[in-house]
Design a binder for this molecule. Structure first.
Ligand SMILES: Nc1ncnc2c1ncn2[C@@H]1O[C@H](COP(=O)(O)OP(=O)(O)OP(=O)(O)O)[C@@H](O)[C@H]1O
Length: 510
């Protein structure tokens, strides 16, 4: 039976027509995938269904009754819940209070909420104490707390807006288990994601949003990731090619566990960073790393594996010790009060809204440094041309470079923030999840950005939960477990799919 029927929805922001006569249905007990390029209007559509944004035209029915929510609260009372893409929960709330906020139980004592929250958190396989403050949780967890909140209500339809984007393969499987349960309970799910292979595993049907319209409405059984990628961009998409390393990377004995006492190869001219026996008390037990000029090394592992701490130590955010640490052969250290500390610049896609003022225009955001220094009209024209080139190069959906940054889609914000950051990236840098939330074409653009930087000698450590991202971007990938690199996987000369599978297998087994 039809749960949600959407008929002829339209939505524009100024002159930008985002949705043009969008119609589709979600049945009871059906999981429907929604895909499209960055800026295609997926979140806008999800937000209209969830009462966050009003449509300009069109109509909806829910279980046969007219459905026109006035707000997100109104939609929730009518049985439609949403987990938003850039969800930010009040950091001062406990997890229990966050799960029940806005529900009839919200005013109950913490002890009672705690008990009930525990059950819901177990359902989304989130192992956190309900008394923990939201502010003490890593950001990726917020989406799961929101998913528990949706379960707390009598929700008939759930919109999941890129909840899986920041999750490890194991966590994605758990999210999919929750989705399966919602299906069996007869609820409907609108599942928005750019991680196409994973999405196809869980959805019954896929809608492709292109040029503001539903360009494809197909059972998932008739699709594969390549075909879906092509439908998403409206043209054939070349499968991602393995990276051709800019430098002669070390030959690895693929899939062979690294003995605990393995030391890096001796330093040479092409070695950018050499780390021997990196330790962070209680978290990292002894990591060796050799990063050559122009090399991209990936690191991944479970949340408690120590992978985040390794990255934080290298960027100076966490005190650590090493037996030896050389940057281009020069000694460095990781202690807070040391004379020559190593502070690798690090990019985080979700930190402080990219360190960018969302009210600032695209033009100013991309030219912040140059702006103040503009002294003549020719320089100004060249600078603005550069901005327009970047906007085109990254296929950002906007009508003007005077659009404010915060009005761009999540993926478009991330692309421009990364392009801005990479423009000044030199030498050795750390990138967290560089393609998170990006469509298939944008992922290739980021790959090109990386290839260009590494061709000029920049070396990169990529920290990621996404096996596709690691397979596409890196020359080799370290699987971190128990505070050590338990295994190195060589990505050269293997198809990206094969590398992905090895990473998932090794990361799950670790
Ligand atoms: N509040 C707003 N003001 C102006 N424009 C907006 C606003 N919200 C969204 N838009 C525009 O609507 C378009 C669709 O954005 P939306 O966030 O729905 O895309 P999306 O498909 O979810 O993209 P992504 O995959 O990057 O998250 C974009 O061009 C965006 O700039």
């Amino acid at each position: 039976m039809t749960l949600l029927q959407v008929q002829g929805l339209t939505k524009s922001y100024g002159a930008r027509r985002v949705l043009r006569e969008v119609s589709f249905a979600v049945d009871e007990g059906e999981v429907v995938g929604l895909v499209g390029t960055n800026g295609a209007g997926k979140s806008t559509l999800g937000d209209i269904v969830a009462g966050i944004t009003p449509a300009d035209g069109g109509s909806m029915t829910l279980q046969g009754s007219p459905y026109a929510p006035l707000s997100a609260d109104d939609a929730r009372h009518l049985g439609v819940g949403v987990v938003e893409q850039l969800v930010r929960i009040d950091p001062a709330l406990t997890v229990a209070r966050a799960v029940f906020r806005g529900t009839p139980q919200a005013g109950r004592p913490q002890a009672e909420l705690r008990r009930q929250a525990q059950v819901l958190l177990a359902e989304v396989a989130l192992d956190v104490d309900p008394d923990t403050l939201v502010g003490d949780l890593p950001h990726f967890v917020h989406g799961l707390v929101e998913t528990a909140r949706v379960l707390a209500e009598d929700t008939r339809l759930v919109v999941l807006d890129e909840v899986s984007a920041a999750l490890l393969p194991l966590e994605v499987s758990r999210l999919h288990a929750v989705t399966g349960r919602l299906r069996r309970q007869g609820r409907g799910v609108l599942y928005i994601s750019h991680r196409l292979p994973e999405m196809l595993e869980v959805v019954d049907r896929v809608l492709v949003l292109r040029e503001g319209r539903i360009a494809l409405d197909s059972p998932s059984a008739d699709l594969d990731p390549e075909r879906l990628a092509a439908e998403t961009v409206g043209a054939p998409v070349a499968p991602p090619a393995p990276r051709v390393a800019s430098v002669a990377a070390p030959v690895l004995q693929d899939d062979v566990p690294v003995p605990a006492d393995t030391h890096p190869a001796p330093s040479g001219d092409d070695v950018a960073l050499q780390v021997r026996n990196l330790r962070v008390p209680g978290r990292v037990e002894g990591v060796d790393l050799v990063l050559r000029r122009g090399e991209v090394v990936g690191l991944t592992g479970h949340r408690a594996s120590g992978v985040a701490e390794i990255a934080d130590a290298l960027s100076g955010e966490l005190p650590a010790v090493t037996d030896e640490l050389l940057l281009h052969g020069e000694p460095r250290s990781l202690g807070p009060a040391d004379e020559c500390p190593l502070r690798l610049p690090a990019y985080h896609p979700d930190q402080d809204a990219y360190g960018v003022d969302p009210g600032e225009t695209i033009a100013r955001t991309l030219t912040q440094e140059a702006w103040g220094a503009l002294t003549d009209i020719r320089t100004e024209i060249a600078t603005l041309r550069g901005v327009i080139r970047t906007v085109h190069q990254f296929d950002v959906k906007t009508l003007s470079i005077r659009t404010v940054f915060g009005a761009l889609s999540g993926g478009d914000q991330h692309k421009l923030a990364l392009a801005r950051w990479m423009a000044s990236a030199r030498d050795v840098v750390v990138l967290h999840e560089p393609t998170r939330g990006l469509d298939v074409r944008a992922r290739a653009q980021v790959r090109r950005l990386l290839d260009e930087a590494t061709a000029h000698g920049t070396s990169v450590v990529v920290v990621s939960v996404d096996p596709d991202e690691l397979a596409e971007c890196c020359d080799r990938v370290g699987i971190v477990s128990g505070g050590r690199v338990a295994r190195w996987i060589d990505t050269r000369e293997l198809a990206v799919d094969a590398v992905r599978e090895r990473i998932v297998e090794a990361a799950t087994a670790a």
